[in-house]
Design a protein around this ligand. Structure first.
Ligand SMILES: Nc1ncnc2c1ncn2[C@@H]1O[C@H](COP(=O)(O)OP(=O)(O)OP(=O)(O)O)[C@@H](O)[C@H]1O
Length: 328
């Protein structure tokens, strides 16, 4: 069996407290294995970023983790719950074990500092090497992500958007983390540049052996670059499958709708249909399956009872009454 590295169990995240609160992530279970790329997809507002912030304890207020655990498997075989360890211990794990590149990170480079200074700062904060060794490492990191090392002395504005994104990836990889979490890192870039950057990341993953959680609303990118995909809707994971299985035979009508929203990668051209309607307001969630008001295949049970994510009879992981969970 593949080695687990990060396990999210029963994670609930709320915005606000008391009667006004909304649940933006509901009872999410996810497992990331060593060396794999796990894609997280869903329309805007489905809770992808909230999940990523929640599991790494970086939620800005009024976000609150309302329950669950996030088990991280250390190299020595022991585990820690990221939601419960001390702040100081968590800080030690960030960057060195788990690196996170959040939405808009491309704009978080300091405009008045050279790339060299910013890369060296990350290295300085976390490792005790000499200035010379840090500079060499910064040069090496740039080369690793496909930027000529003579750009080390550039300022961010002297680099294209794609290069700035590559610098962010270089920073994330600086301390050789075992897990890299990326939230829509490439949406500000055009499709060709996005693909090139993802290709670089996936190639590096193969060479360096880290695992990736990659978050985007662009399912076509995930199908191409991830090993497994989890689909989120209204804060819940509604389907999880190997990328190829999801692409060939999506089981949840929502996954199917998302796939119908982009052109086929291979094979015959198909009609693009998308999904009618919009995601529910979290303050007024529909009864039963949250997707049923938009679902062309909804049955009576869908408005009455909430399906849970479980193994269907075919051994696939889906939360939908069309694919009842096998019992026993
Ligand atoms: N500060 C906040 N207060 C209240 N609700 C919030 C807050 N931030 C996010 N939400 C709600 O939580 C839900 C999940 O948002 P989130 O940003 O995690 O979704 P997402 O799938 O990452 O979307 P996107 O792709 O647009 O980033 C949304 O319904 C959003 O309105």
């Amino acid at each position: 069996m593949k080695e687990r590295i990060l396990e999210v169990r029963g994670l609930n995240v709320d915005y606000g407290m008391g009667p006004e609160s909304v649940r933006a992530v509901r009872d999410v279970d996810l497992t990331l294995h060593r060396g794999e790329v796990l894609g997280l997809a869903g329309e805007s507002g489905s809770g992808k970023s909230t999940l990523a912030y929640g599991m790494t304890r970086l939620l800005p207020p009024p976000g609150i983790v309302a329950g669950g655990e996030v088990i991280y498997h250390l190299d020595d075989g022991t585990t820690v719950d990221l939601l419960r360890i001390r702040d100081a211990d968590l800080r030690r794990l960030r960057w060195s074990e788990i690196a996170i590149v959040f939405q808009g990170a491309i704009n978080s480079l300091n405009p008045v500092q050279r790339i060299s200074t910013q890369l060296v700062d990350v290295l300085k904060a976390h490792s005790a090497s000499t200035p010379r060794a840090r500079l060499d490492r910064a040069r090496e990191l740039l080369t690793l992500v496909g930027i000529a090392s003579d750009r080390l002395n550039s300022y961010p504005h002297q680099l294209s958007g794609g290069m700035r994104q590559r610098v962010m990836i270089a920073m994330a990889l600086a301390l050789e983390p075992r897990v890299v979490i990326m939230d829509e890192p490439t949406t500000a870039l055009d499709v060709v540049v996005q693909r090139q950057i993802l290709r670089t990341l996936v190639d590096l993953r193969e060479r360096l052996g880290f695992s990736v959680v990659f978050i985007t609303h662009d399912l076509s990118l995930l199908v191409e670059f991830s090993d497994r995909i989890a689909i989120m809707y209204a804060g819940q994971v509604v389907e999880e499958a190997a990328s190829a299985d999801l692409y060939r035979t999506p089981l949840h009508p929502y996954s199917d709708g998302l796939l119908q929203s982009f052109p086929a990668l291979k094979g015959p051209k198909r009609e693009l249909s998308g999904i009618a309607g919009s995601p529910p307001d979290l303050r007024m969630m529909p009864s039963g399956c949250p997707f049923h008001p938009r679902c062309a295949r909804a049955m009576d049970v869908c408005g009455q009872q909430t399906p849970v994510l479980g193994q269907s009879r075919a051994g696939r992981s889906v939360a939908c009454w069309l694919h009842p969970v096998s019992v026993g």
